[in-house]
Design a protein around this ligand. Sequence first.
Ligand SMILES: [Fe+2]
Length: 273
Amino acid sequence: MDQNELILLKRWFADYCASFSLPTEEDQRNIAIKQEHTHQVCLNALRIAEDLGLIAPEARLSEAIALFHDVGRFSQYEQYKTFDDSISVNHAVLGTQVLREQNVLGSLPEHDRNIILRSVTLHNVFTLPEKLDEQSLLFARLIRDADKLDILRVVIEYFEQDKGSRAEAVALGLPDAPEEYSPAVLACLVRGEMARKDALTTLNDFKLLQLAWLYDLNFTCSLRMVVERDYIRKLAEMLPRNKEIAGAIEIVRKYVDKGSRNGSSPFRPRVSP
Ligand SMILES: [Fe+2]
């Protein structure tokens, strides 16, 4: 993909977003949040690509994947008024349908087209399939990190806002019970495992899930960005203060600190948390 092709893809995306005009202020906020998310995921992807030393065509491909990773969110929201895939559709699959139906990638080389479609499909799976070729694995890992890093920002900003100005679809309709959380979700943090979305029962679980997803980051650069942006402290301040939660957060913090100092190696260390 050359620079001109990337510019055309960006233009298509801007026009596509502008074509969604929803009736309420709340709807507009939810759509705007996905547009801004896409922009930030593009920046994250470029930074990771640069850190990995990817050359220009591969960096452009990373940016195109980031641009389209959530393209399904817009029609998902328009049709179902939610970002919760479990009660609507898989937004990644919907995104690839949009790209195919509108022939967005038609002018690209077949290799680039396949990598984009595969990476969009894989960006939200719980774990990546074992048998992936090296290139697919690289780009899938890259978009998954770039996406998670910005979801952390979105979630933190959501909780920092007044209730009346929040984009409510962010929190998947979970109830706000200030002191309640699931021991099972907390246990994932302690064991160094990702938590599943279907295990969430309260907004505190949603915050714990964000922390547990840090275990799935693939690159040293991504862990460094978590430290730079102070995401762990910010989330910790939004959770109930007790010994169990403080202990679990300490385990994640140590894992991320150690991983972020992983020298020149691009991949995360396989440390046990
Ligand atoms: Fe997504």
